[in-house]
Design a protein around this ligand. Structure first.
Ligand SMILES: *[C@@H]1O[C@H](CO)[C@@H](O)[C@H](O)[C@H]1NC(C)=O
Ligand SMILES: *[C@@H]1O[C@H](CO)[C@@H](O)[C@H](O)[C@H]1NC(C)=O
Ligand SMILES: *[C@@H]1O[C@H](CO)[C@@H](O)[C@H](O)[C@H]1NC(C)=O
Ligand SMILES: *[C@@H]1O[C@H](CO)[C@@H](O)[C@H](O)[C@H]1NC(C)=O
Ligand SMILES: *[C@@H]1O[C@H](CO)[C@@H](O)[C@H](O)[C@H]1NC(C)=O
Length: 401
């Protein structure tokens, strides 16, 4: 299955404050309380806001772009898992459900069982479960709306973000149960699969950061909401870390394991389970040791038919994991494996193709998209990797708004 590239730095405003953050004295900016975001550096948000207040024109252009995105979300949502027509097999309407897209009813049997795989051909039946597409809207909208509130102070953004979050997670009539027991169902064969956890682990940390931003005093988001969301995530974390599916997914040695453990680290940090957060932050070193070679290649992802896409996909999870781990005092950007493996080498391995195109990529790739590396290279540049910094000007912008 082809997974959409995640956006590590959704917006220029997250990149913006670098020059300020690098100065020895930040002046007034640290007097404001930084949001307790788990991926984003909260101090960078404070700095960018201070720069905007000083009238920085290039940041103003970024803000206009962000506000345009936020405005488009104002007329959409909220969404709820209870809007689907039927509960998943063996589940309730409050359980998140999604269906494996490439599995089709068997034409040679009356009941369609067993389902058969047609790789790459999407079965429209999956639309019976709108939860997956709605969850992507949930992730995107809450992130953009909370940032728009943070920078503009306009409460219409925080009210809508709060409504979306309460509807999806907290209101008893519409709330999702804190589990992913019914993700990536194959009808007849199962009622959900461990690999379905990636439906959340790919982008759910955006909601966590959105709430951390709202927690700094956003109108429409109460202390009661904040406490209830915290509680929901404690239960979700226990499911992710200790349920059979959660254990299976975080034992995966490929990108599924990277994403699952990154997500557990984020939720443990967010909910205050320091021992779990710290042990998972250190586990990231094993993933660097085992997935990345001394020249920065990721052999497991290179073996795939979309090797550029998946090398970037796994690296996104690594880089996000490193941003989370830093808040626990674990510096994965500086970490070096026994054969000299580093995150920066893994980024640099992708730089020639990211700047030169498909002819600079010597591995299988069915659908080369040059911009797949853009966010990863920006992230490494921001962390001080010189090769990545040199590549930034030559990168393709993602084909997205
Ligand atoms: C505006 O902010 C950007 C990003 O931090 C920075 O590179 C630029 O120098 C700033 N411009 C001015 C005029 O301060
Ligand atoms: C789902 O429910 C059916 C019927 O109650 C039962 O036979 C089956 O074992 C259940 N499957 C799972 C995975 O729980
Ligand atoms: C979510 O955001 C990503 C990145 O900006 C974009 O590619 C995707 O189309 C968006 N999806 C939805 C459903 O909003
Ligand atoms: C925190 O994680 C540990 C495992 O490291 C677990 O034993 C403990 O129950 C967790 N605590 C809470 C409050 O969830
Ligand atoms: C990178 O290292 C791996 C493992 O040692 C090796 O198989 C591969 O050929 C190397 N690739 C390049 C481009 O040097």
């Amino acid at each position: 299955m082809i997974l959409a590239m995640h956006v590590l730095y959704t917006h220029l405003l997250l990149l913006a404050a670098k020059s300020v953050a690098a100065l020895p004295n930040h002046g007034d900016s640290h007097s404001a309380k930084a949001p307790d975001t788990v991926v984003i550096d909260g101090h960078r948000l404070v700095d960018a806001k201070a720069q905007l207040n000083r009238g920085n024109d290039s940041l103003k252009a970024s803000l206009d772009h962000l506000v345009g995105q936020a405005d488009s979300w104002l007329s959409q949502g909220p969404w709820t898992v209870t809007s689907k027509a039927n509960a998943p097999p063996n589940g309730t309407i409050h359980d998140y459900a999604s269906q494996a897209p490439y599995w089709w009813p068997n034409p040679n049997s009356a009941d369609g069982c067993p389902y058969i795989n047609k790789d790459g051909v999407r079965n429209p039946e999956v639309d019976n479960y709108p939860d997956k597409i709605d969850s992507i809207k949930l992730f995107n909208s809450t992130y953009v709306l909370s940032l728009a509130w943070y920078y503009t102070g306009n409460p219409k953004y925080s009210y809508h973000a709060a409504d979306i979050i309460r509807t999806w997670f907290l209101n008893p009539e519409t709330a999702m149960n804190p589990n992913l027991d019914h993700a990536q169902i194959i009808p007849c064969a199962n009622t959900g699969r461990s690999i379905g956890i990636i439906d959340f682990s790919q982008d759910y940390t955006e909601v966590i950061d959105a709430v951390a931003i709202l927690n700094t005093g956003a109108p429409g988001w109460s202390k009661t909401d904040a406490a209830a969301f915290h509680e929901w995530n404690k239960r979700f974390l226990i499911w992710l870390a200790y349920s059979p599916f959660g254990v299976e997914e975080s034992s995966a040695t490929n990108n599924h394991g990277t994403f699952a453990n990154m997500q557990i680290t984020a939720l443990a940090l967010f909910t205050g389970n320091h021992s779990l957060a710290l042990s998972k932050a250190n586990l990231a070193k094993d993933f660097i040791d085992n997935q990345i070679t001394s020249n920065g290649s990721q052999p497991q992802e290179l073996a795939r038919t979309r090797s550029f896409h998946y090398s970037n996909f796994d690296l996104t999870a690594h880089l996000r994991w490193a941003l989370i781990a830093r808040k626990l005092g674990v510096d994965l950007f500086k970490y070096e494996g026994p054969q000299g493996q580093t995150l920066f080498k893994a980024v640099n391995f992708l730089v020639p193709a990211a700047t030169g195109g498909a002819s600079d990529w010597a591995y299988p790739e069915l659908q080369f998209t040059q911009y797949a590396a853009t966010d990863n290279i920006h992230a490494a540049a921001q962390e001080g990797d010189l090769t990545a910094e040199g590549a930034v000007k030559k990168l393709q912008p993602p084909s997205r708004e």
